[in-house]
Write a protein that binds this ligand. Structure first.
Ligand code: 5GP
Length: 190
C-alpha cells in the first residue's frame, strides 16, 4: 500500500535494526485518513470471505481494526491486557510475550462476544515474531471460531512471524513489508 509506505518513509523513526517507531501516525498520534485507507485496503483483501468479526489486541490494533470493521460492516473485538487477572468464568485467556516490552502479559476476551459460528479476521499493527497473532489465534480457537486470515499494517519480513503463521496454514496480508532497518533506513520488500 503505497500511501502507507510513503508515510513510513516520511515519519517512521528507526530505533534499532529491529524496531521501527511510528508514533506519529499509528502508535500514539493517529492519522484518521490513513487509518480509513488502511481499513479500506483490508476490507478489499478480505471481502466476500464470510467474515463475521474482527479480533485485535489493545491498544494499537484498535484504530486499523475499527476502520476495517466499518468497511466490512462487522463488529471489532479487542483483546485486553491484564497485569494480573482475577479469573472470571466467561473469559477466554492466553499469554503473549511482548516484543517491544520484552515481558509476558495475559490477554483475554469475553466468551460472550465470540462463538463457534464466527469466522474471524485478525488484525494487528505490527508483525514481528508472531507472538501477538498466535495468542489471538489461541483465543479464537478456544471460542471454537474459524479464522479467515491475518491482516497486518506493518510486517517486519526479516523476523519470523509470517513464516510461522503461514506454516500453520494461515493467510497473512500485510500492507507494508519492511525488508530491513539496517543503517537507520527503512527498505521495503515489494
Ligand atoms: P510479535 O508478537 O509479532 O513478535 O510482535 C508484534 C507486536 O509487538 C505488535 O502488537 C506490536 O505492538 C509490537 N511490535 C513489534 N515490533 C514492533 C516495532 O518494530 N515497532 C512497534 N512500534 N511495535 C512493534
Amino acid at each position: 500500500m503505497e500511501a502507507l509506505k510513503q508515510k513510513i518513509r516520511d515519519e517512521g523513526i528507526v530505533l534499532s535494526e529491529q524496531v521501527l517507531k511510528v508514533d506519529a501516525f499509528l502508535n500514539h498520534q493517529i492519522d484518521p485518513l490513513l487509518m480509513q485507507q488502511i481499513g479500506h485496503e483490508f476490507a478489499e483483501r478480505f471481502r466476500d470471505q464470510g467474515i463475521t468479526k474482527i479480533v485485535t489486541i489493545e491498544a494499537s490494533g484498535i484504530a486499523p481494526a475499527v476502520m476495517a470493521g466499518l468497511e466490512l460492516g462487522i463488529p471489532v473485538i479487542f483483546a485486553r491486557k491484564f497485569q494480573s487477572l482475577t479469573l472470571k468464568n466467561d473469559l477466554l485467556i492466553s499469554k503473549v510475550f511482548s516484543f517491544t516490552k520484552q515481558s509476558e502479559s495475559t490477554i483475554a476476551i469475553s466468551a460472550k462476544h465470540l462463538n463457534s459460528s464466527d469466522h474471524v479476521l485478525v488484525i494487528d499493527d505490527f508483525l514481528a515474531n508472531g507472538h501477538a497473532a498466535k495468542a489471538l489465534l489461541d483465543l479464537i480457537g478456544q471460542a471454537g471460531a474459524s479464522v479467515a486470515g491475518i491482516g497486518i499494517v506493518i510486517e517486519k519480513s526479516f523476523q519470523e512471524g509470517r513464516d510461522l503463521l503461514e506454516s500453520e496454514g494461515y493467510r497473512v496480508e500485510s500492507l507494508a513489508r519492511v525488508q530491513s532497518l539496517q543503517g537507520g533506513k527503512v527498505s521495503f520488500r515489494d
